[in-house]
Design a protein around this ligand. Structure first.
Ligand SMILES: [Zn+2]
Ligand SMILES: [Zn+2]
Length: 404
């Protein structure tokens, strides 16, 4: 094991970055950032040096009063330091990225990378990751030791315990690596999505999958959309090849529903399904049967998963009642004609005549600044949360979608 070189790298981390960052007041580095970055580096170094020395003396000395197993067991607590370091690594990288957004700090870091010989032309994060990369090597070392130690050797019974501890740390490292991959992925996704002034990368959210799909409007028109599925929300965005996809609405998965729709061969809408959510519900048409099945399954699985999370469930917005189905106004019973036209109540989503939808009100699903919406007389008699019997998402409303 090239412990010496490794320890030198750790000392470089302290000397080249930690000390100056702590001292140079002009850089305005917050104490909490330093804690995030260097956490227990000092402990990691101290125990590492001790372990290295003990190992070195053991190899050099002729009379061995301890076994190698004794040394390993003695220094096993030092793997706990590694565990702590590795668990904190995720946050350290996050803090480092945050710091790199400040021009003064970015300049400072790249100056060191370019001019400090100890940095060997590498940036800070290349050193920060060293202890994380180290543990699997210790595990390998113990593995090898276990293999070449005879079963009657006094070391033998001690090694599995050491190996088990290494395994635990290696497990922590693996999940940290997965998080790292996910984080890189999220920043790539973030480049593709424009979600206004809302934060895309919130803690606990990870990206699942995206798809280009057609949205079917209430007026039976196709609109190309790009859906981005995350572990907690479905983002519905515009779909353009050249620019970033602009998020139109963010739909919470918890409490949402997915509903299969039969093919509408007459109008050429195949592979349809509904995503019922809040503040909007959508009708979608996938490019193929396989894609539809895959996405319905994926959405259902994710909704199920999200339903287990804490927080309140949404009340899904029903789809608009399709025009074609309704012959008479359900309120005044007047027959619809080419002149006596159909309107949609934005609250109960039924087809109603113009005379019976004279009122307007602000609905709970609307965002601030939106205009008041047309509601029918039945809804007007009640408050804005009311829905008539049968106008829930279970109603057999099939071929329409939530379009303003
Ligand atoms: Zn009417
Ligand atoms: Zn109504």
């Amino acid at each position: 094991m090239t412990e010496q070189l490794y320890i030198k790298d750790l000392l470089t981390l302290q000397m080249v970055w930690e000390k100056p960052l702590t001292k140079e007041k002009a850089l305005k580095v917050k104490q909490e950032w330093l804690d995030d970055l260097f956490g227990n580096l000092e402990q990691v170094i101290t125990t590492n040096v001790g372990f290295y020395k003990a190992l070195y003396y053991w190899l050099e000395s002729e009379i061995k009063d301890k076994t190698l197993g004794d040394i390993l067991i003695q220094y096993m607590p030092f793997f706990q330091n590694y565990g702590d370091y590795v668990s904190g690594y995720d946050k350290a990288i996050y803090t480092f990225e945050k710091m790199m957004k400040q021009p003064a700090l970015q300049k400072w870091f790249s100056n060191i990378q370019a001019n400090e010989p100890l940095a060997k032309g590498l940036n800070f994060d290349a050193f920060l990751i060293k202890p994380v990369q180290r543990v699997p090597r210790y595990k390998l070392f113990i593995d090898r030791l276990l293999k070449c130690t005879p079963q009657d050797d006094p070391d033998f019974p001690k090694l599995p315990a050491a190996l088990e501890k290494c395994d635990k740390i290696a497990h922590v490292i693996n999940s940290a690596k997965e998080k790292q991959i996910q984080r890189e992925f999220m920043s790539k996704i973030a480049e593709k999505i424009d979600c206004g002034n809302e934060l895309l990368m919130i803690p606990g959210r990870s990206f699942v999958k995206d798809i280009q799909i057609d949205k079917i409007t209430r007026k039976s028109k196709r609109q190309p959309r790009h859906l981005f599925l995350f572990t907690d929300v479905l983002m519905v965005a515009t779909d353009t090849l050249t620019e970033r996809c602009v998020v139109q609405v963010k739909l919470q998965l918890k409490g949402s529903e997915v509903k299969d729709l039969p093919d509408d061969v007459e109008n050429g809408f195949l592979n349809r399904f509904q995503f019922l959510s809040y503040p909007k519900s959508l009708e979608l048409a996938a490019a193929s049967k396989e894609e539809k099945d895959k996405w319905m399954e994926l959405l259902l699985a994710r909704i199920q998963e999200a339903d287990k999370s804490l927080g309140s469930k949404i009340k899904v917005i029903p789809m608009f009642e399709p025009d074609a189905k309704v012959k008479r106004c359900p309120i005044c019973s007047e027959k619809f004609t080419a002149v006596f036209r159909k309107h949609h109540c934005r609250q109960c989503r039924r087809v109603v005549c113009g005379n019976c939808t004279k009122h307007k009100r602000k609905l709970p699903s609307q965002s601030e600044g939106e205009r008041k919406k047309r509601v029918c007389d039945d809804c007007w008699k009640h408050d804005e949360h009311w829905t008539p019997e049968g106008a829930t998402s279970d109603a057999p409303y099939v071929s329409s979608s939530d379009e303003e």
